[in-house]
Design a protein. Structure first.
Length: 189
């Protein structure tokens, strides 16, 4: 059993069952490239060590735009760069577009010529990119993650833990497209 207290998005207090015994503390990131691990440290406000020998990886792309139309355009450009021939080589089944809870229905069903699905089984068939809330994707991972429509900074509707969890899902590639006009699913700006 693995447990990262920084990924606690559902409970204010977390406890491991006592029958599991003393936890083994894993003091380095074993999932992500060094570039993504550095970004995770920025999100948490403290450095995180990378596994020795972890690849440097591609720099994390972070953009701030205004409105969901611009967010969708940046997602489209990133998907084409990562997945579309002749430049991209990442299979669609290895890329997810993660959005804050409640925003998925506001995004297009396709980004340019790349279709999306919210069905993980359909996604794994390789014909579409997964479009899902970051909270639903918790516990999963893939090669590339685009965080779309997130706020510029922590606020109700998308907390630091939400940001950290979502960003940590991408093992090799991470892009963040923040929206200056972010409105949480509860209507708070």
């Amino acid at each position: 059993m693995f447990f990262d207290p920084d990924q606690n998005i559902y409970r204010a207090q977390s406890e491991l069952p006592p029958e599991l015994g003393e936890p083994f503390v894993l003091d380095c990131n074993c999932r992500n490239t060094r570039a993504i691990t550095r970004r995770l440290g920025e999100i948490l406000g403290r450095p995180i060590a990378s596994l020795e020998g972890a690849p440097e990886g591609t720099p994390v792309v972070r953009e701030v735009v205004t409105g969901l139309t611009e967010v969708a355009e940046r997602v489209r450009a990133t998907l084409h760069a990562w997945c579309a021939a002749p430049h991209g080589s990442v299979p669609l089944s290895r890329v997810a577009v993660l959005v804050p809870s409640g925003l998925g229905r506001r995004f297009p069903r396709r980004f340019g010529n790349v279709e999306t699905t919210d069905d993980p089984v359909e996604w794994r068939k390789g014909q579409r990119v997964l479009l899902m809330s970051s909270r639903k994707f918790k516990g999963l991972e893939c090669d590339g993650v685009i965080l779309a429509g997130i706020p510029e900074e922590v606020r109700p509707g998308f907390l630091r833990a939400d940001h950290y969890v979502a960003a940590s899902r991408g093992r090799l590639l991470l892009a963040e497209v923040a929206d200056r006009t972010f409105i949480a699913s509860d209507g708070s700006a």
